[in-house]
Design a protein around this ligand. Structure first.
Ligand code: HEM
Length: 216
């Protein structure tokens, strides 16, 4: 069998597994800034959830203390990125949905998607703010990278700290559930519906591809 035959077979398999061939017009795609902010926050959330779960089960030790500090620094940095992301979203209209997606999706799915996006934005702000408030109430001020002390959100008060701690965990778990739901929906669009929706949040492969007007 020739090398080019093998290559064609591979291309067909890749196209089946990763159907990214739907060309989207520029008006259906997010801007490169929105895409960068989306993937940066997605990566940071996975890291924060993993670190949070791992560190809170550790016995009291210098290692645990170090990871708590890293978690707090990364968390307030993520809060900053989320504020930039929300300001961007506030000042830039999202791209319109391709007509094929609107026509194929039941109204409840479109409403659920919009509600999930709103809740994700809300939790991206609420979870780190509650973590910061918990840290202040527990009497551990946040000093970013050990250099930049942040103001306490609450005075030291153990009763408040006990009340807030489970709220931080609850917010983080809710964020995790919604992120999984959001990812599952994206995967369904990519592999079941094959409507190219995921490409909206992916940089265009070429200027010509971005300008293509194949989907209304
Ligand atoms: C989106 C950002 C954040 C996420 C997703 C997140 C996630 C988590 C998770 C999953 C836990 C473990 C909860 C448990 O099972 O008990 C945790 C614990 C914790 N987080 Fe966060 N966190 C974030 C931001 C922050 C920030 C900004 C701070 C403080 C400035 C913070 C402070 C803490 C502390 C002190 C704990 C330990 C609670 C304890 O067991 O004493 N977190 N976080």
């Amino acid at each position: 069998m020739s090398k080019s035959n093998n290559l064609n077979k591979f291309d067909c398999l890749a196209a089946r597994l990763w159907p990214m061939s739907v060309a989207l017009s520029k008006s259906h795609r997010y801007t490169i800034t929105a895409i960068a902010l989306h993937w940066l926050t997605a990566l940071a959330i996975v890291g924060m959830l993993g670190l949070g779960w791992y560190m809170s089960d550790l016995p009291l030790s210098p290692e645990r203390l170090k990871l708590y500090n890293w978690h707090k620094w990364a968390g307030v940095s993520l809060l900053g990125v989320s504020l930039v992301r929300l300001s961007w979203r506030w000042t830039h209209r999202p791209p319109v949905l391709p007509r094929q997606v609107v026509e194929q999706s039941p109204a409840w799915q479109l409403r659920l998607a919009a509600a999930t996006h709103m809740a994700l934005y809300g939790l991206l702000l609420a979870v780190p703010l509650i973590g910061w408030a918990y840290s202040s109430a527990a009497g551990f001020p946040v000093v970013v990278f050990g250099m930049l002390p942040l103001p306490d959100l609450l005075p030291k008060d153990t009763a408040w700290a006990d009340l807030i701690k489970p709220l931080h965990a609850l917010g983080a778990y809710t964020l995790c559930v919604l992120a999984v739901l959001h990812t599952a929906a994206a995967v369904k669009h990519q592999f079941v519906d094959q409507d190219g929706l995921m490409q909206r949040m992916w940089p265009a492969r070429s200027a010509a591809g971005a300008a293509a007007e194949t989907l209304p």
